[in-house]
Design a protein around this ligand. Structure first.
Ligand code: XMP
Length: 321
């Protein structure tokens, strides 16, 4: 696919940072670049790398797309400001929900998010800031899975034949594209980021929309957001690679207060993995699973049933969409 992976044993983080800084600085020249911070490991590392290389020539936005986790936009922006990196939050909730309205096919939902992000929201921001370059934290695994046809990763463009200059009016530069996640974490550490910024569990580009089966509405996102907060609280100490909650499309018959309650189903997934390419379900303690189920059914409105995924990747994928 034309991109050579830098494996962990061949990665010299300091040398990598120096080389990428030189390349970024040369690409941007006297102009400006922009990037979007989502708070995920890849976008956090690219934000720190970009600011080291470009300083005030890089403007970082947090796009509030309405599908992030609880309090995420404000928390992430505050964290970055505290290490001296200014972040502007852009409220784009209505535009994303309008684009997702009526869609239930997974690839159509991913495509709607991609178009809204790159064309509508970023197209405008780039024009406004007079930037020519969008810096992005695409990694090797994103390219590999998209090219293999597993899943269209939200941030993959040129590998799918998309000419960003022609379609969106800016060039995309991807300094982390030769690395997998463990390599990205090493670079984050060498950049001096706090541990919890480069070591947090992965979170997908399409955010909670990757965890809502069927239509992505504000109400359904609110439900999966509550469920996600419970899973993250209960499994924070599990040491697992990633853990998440999925909202199913089908509703099921339940009982509440002695009466029929036709409610929602949440599926919990918890994964052991090195690089997200393959993964196996964590053998969680039954007591933890039961506590999660009890909290979901009492704290998340309308949930009557909770299941735990016992399938590996493959055949499953880590997210549901
Ligand atoms: P899947 O669901 O494909 O996920 O097994 C593999 C890993 O990638 C994350 N993921 C994404 N990350 N953009 C991203 O940056 C995306 O569109 C995307 N989809 C999935 C997922 O959370 C897991 O760690």
């Amino acid at each position: 696919m034309g991109i050579q992976e830098i494996t962990l044993d061949r990665l010299d983080p300091a040398g990598f940072i120096a080389q990428k800084s030189r390349e970024l600085s040369a690409a941007v020249g006297e102009g400006f670049a922009v990037n979007a911070l989502s708070g995920g490991v890849d976008s956090s590392v690219v934000t720190a790398l970009g600011h080291k290389a470009l300083g005030s020539r890089l403007k970082t936005y947090f796009i509030d797309n309405g599908i992030m986790r609880k309090d995420e936009p404000a928390q992430i922006a505050a964290q970055f400001r505290s290490i001296g990196i200014p972040i502007e939050i852009v409220d784009a909730k209505d535009r994303f929900f309008a684009a997702l309205k009526g869609l239930s096919d997974p690839e159509e939902k991913r495509e709607a998010i991609t178009q809204t992000f790159y064309k509508d929201v970023f197209g405008e921001l780039v024009k406004r800031s007079k930037a020519r370059i969008l810096l992005q934290g695409t990694i090797f695994t994103d390219v590999e899975e998209t090219v293999a046809g597993v899943k269209r990763q939200h941030n993959i463009l040129s590998q799918l034949g998309i000419d960003t200059v022609e379609q969106f009016g800016y060039e995309v530069v991807e300094p982390l594209i030769e690395l997998r996640k463990p390599g990205v974490r090493k670079v984050g550490e060498a950049l001096g980021l706090p541990l919890d910024m480069y070591n947090r569990p992965p979170f997908p580009g399409p955010a909670l929309a990757a965890r809502v089966i069927g239509e992505v509405t504000p109400a359904r996102v609110a439900l999966v957001r509550e469920a996600t907060a419970i899973v993250e609280e209960e499994l924070a100490g599990s040491g697992a690679f990633q853990y998440l909650a999925i909202l199913h499309e089908d509703r099921v018959t339940g009982i509440r207060d002695g009466k029929r309650d036709y409610g929602s189903q949440i599926e919990v997934r918890c994964w052991e993995s090195k690089d997200a390419k393959t993964a196996a379900p964590t053998r969680l303690d039954y007591d933890i699973l039961q506590k999660i189920a009890a909290r979901m059914t009492s704290e998340v409105p309308g949930v009557v049933s909770v299941t735990y995924n016992i399938t590996s990747k493959p055949t499953s994928t880590i997210e549901a969409v």
